[in-house]
Write a protein that binds this ligand. Structure first.
Ligand code: FAD
Length: 495
């Protein structure tokens, strides 16, 4: 990769560069944001990989819901694309905070005026390639997994977040055993109802309901399903599995060659070469045997691990003054500052420790996602500039509302605010629900008669309305029965 030569700086000067470490979305958006601020200092991006990631074609799906594409660029082309930013291909190996310096490749040190750590996170794997366990981290690992899948008859997938969901949906022609710790799929993002909705998608598309408002359910007093012609609501926070009992998921899965092992984890992985077999009748036809905590043994060709991430903080956490959260991230305050002077952090590497108004209302929380990496990197750039210029900075409004726009099982999914009703007193929680088989699944979370979150699956067109109602905290006592009534144009009224 082309990289700009760097002049070593041994003296403390007022012109030391602002150093951003990490060429992911957070680091690049921080450097981009710095490049348009009113600051004179040089900006240096240090990346441990020769290819960097940049968010492009950023568009607002609604007021706060962002969508963008991710472009991969060589370090060299980044310098031509972003004015004033120089790049260095190297790994930061030490932080010498007392000298405001970082060491690169254990070789030389550079002093900084301000440092922003955007080193991302690494997937936690339950094994490695020597045990036929493959993880997905980046483009290279995706290609490797794809190639291995082509030669596999049966694969075990472990994990229950977005990566596992997408993988299970995309794999064709290979038998899948999906091992999840919970009692429903996709529990990081989806409730049980949404999970069942997704699973029904694995079946044939002919069951898709053309009249998208056709199926609506209300949970009756005995917990039975009942057809409700208008808007519906369900009281209590446990949107149990009962309302979806009538969807025949097992049939759907049989056709797809997918088996789900719920409520269990992998206990042990054994390769064929190993002499000790786990059970009598060890089948040598399969190279890998996986023992589950429910005592089942799965014979397969490979295991794909998609079980969460661990922030990359090692070279920095060697400094005992840098505060690290229990989840492994670098703790930052509401202006992206770490516990060390002049050191900031953004993206997957950090853990927010905010106590601002947004948090009090519980509409925003941290999740290690592209959008948040972009927003944090961008905001960190603004914070650094405002601190250098001694200016007051208001927290960016994007931190007022959690938003995530993605696709699961081919469906558009938008998650807003406290969409999983976390930490709310169940007595005051109410769910509004609309369901159209194959087309849409909408769940609105009300807390004390006000909207606090929403799950919108499908082309619902309700994102703007929900966003506004969450942010303005309108009392919905008189409106809630009609908010999801498809015959009333509520979205036009509120957006
Ligand atoms: P990263 O993108 O991890 O970038 C970190 C950078 O720091 C890298 O360039 C690395 O080389 C560099 N680096 C690390 N240590 C050092 C060092 N010591 N010195 C120098 N450089 C260093 N999110 C979504 O919103 N939607 C999705 O669909 C989605 N899918 C995903 C699929 C996969 C397989 C994975 C792994 C994640 C996915 N995510 C998704 C999460 C998303 O990718 C991350 O939240 C986001 O990329 C974090 O960006 P970042 O810039 O903080 O970190």
């Amino acid at each position: 990769a082309e990289a700009y030569p760097i002049i070593l700086q041994n003296k403390i000067t007022t012109h030391n560069p602002i150093i951003v470490v990490g060429g992911g979305i957070a680091g690049v958006s921080c450097a981009e944001s710095l490049s348009v601020q009113n600051i004179k200092l040089p900006i240096l991006l240090v990346s441990g990989s020769p290819v960097v990631k940049r968010a492009v074609n950023i568009r607002n799906e609604s007021g706060t819901v962002l969508n963008f594409d991710i472009e991969e660029l060589s370090l060299g082309s980044l310098t031509t694309e972003i004015n004033r930013v120089k790049v260095l291909y190297g790994i930061v190996t030490t932080l010498i905070a007392e000298h405001n310096a970082v060491t690169i490749n254990n070789n030389f040190s550079i002093r900084y005026s301000k440092l922003c750590i955007c080193t991302g996170a690494t997937p936690q794997l339950i094994g490695d390639e020597s045990t036929c366990v493959y993880g997905i981290r980046d483009t290279d690992s995706v290609e490797l997994v794809q190639a291995k899948l082509r030669d596999s008859r049966r694969v075990v997938i472990v994990g229950n977040g977005g990566i596992a969901l997408e993988l299970v949906y995309k794999i064709k022609g290979t038998e899948v055993v999906w091992v999840i710790r919970d009692n429903a799929i996709g529990s990081v993002f989806l409730d049980k109802g949404a999970a069942q909705f997704m699973l029904s998608e694995m079946g044939n598309k002919e069951t898709r309901n053309k009249d998208k408002k056709g199926f609506r359910y209300i949970q009756g007093s005995k917990g039975n399903l009942a057809y409700a012609p208008g808007g519906v609501h369900i009281r209590g926070s446990a949107l149990g599995p009962d309302w979806t009992d009538e969807l025949d998921i097992d049939d759907v899965l049989t056709g797809k060659n997918i088996r789900i092992e719920y409520n269990c984890e992998i206990k042990h992985i054994q390769l064929q070469e190993t002499n000790n077999s786990m059970v009598e009748g060890y089948n040598r036809e399969w190279p890998v045997h996986v023992l589950l905590t429910n005592s089942k043994i799965i014979e397969c060709d490979m295991v794909v691990s998609a079980t969460g991430v661990q922030p990359n903080v090692y070279p920095f956490s060697k400094d005992s003054h840098l505060k690290i959260s229990t989840d492994g991230g670098i703790i930052i305050d509401e202006e992206m500052r770490t516990s060390l002077p002049n050191v900031y952090a953004a993206g997957d590497a950090c853990t927010v420790n905010w106590t601002g108004s947004a948090i009090e209302d519980n509409f925003w929380f941290q999740m290690r996602l592209w959008t948040q990496a972009l927003q944090m990197g961008n905001y960190a750039g603004k914070c650094i500039a405002s601190h250098l210029n001694d200016e007051y900075i208001l927290q960016d409004f994007c931190f007022e509302l959690f938003t995530h726009s993605t696709k699961f099982f081919g469906h558009k999914v938008i998650l807003l605010g406290n969409f999983h009703a976390a930490g709310l007193d169940k007595i005051d929680v109410e769910f509004l629900l609309r369901y159209g088989k194959g087309d849409e699944y909408i769940k609105i979370v009300l807390f004390q008669e006000k909207m606090v979150g929403a799950v919108l699956i499908g082309e619902t067109g309700l994102e703007e309305m929900c966003e506004n109602l969450i942010l303005n905290q309108l009392n919905l006592t008189d409106l809630k029965d009609n908010i999801l009534n498809p015959d009333i144009d509520m979205e036009g009224y509120f957006d």
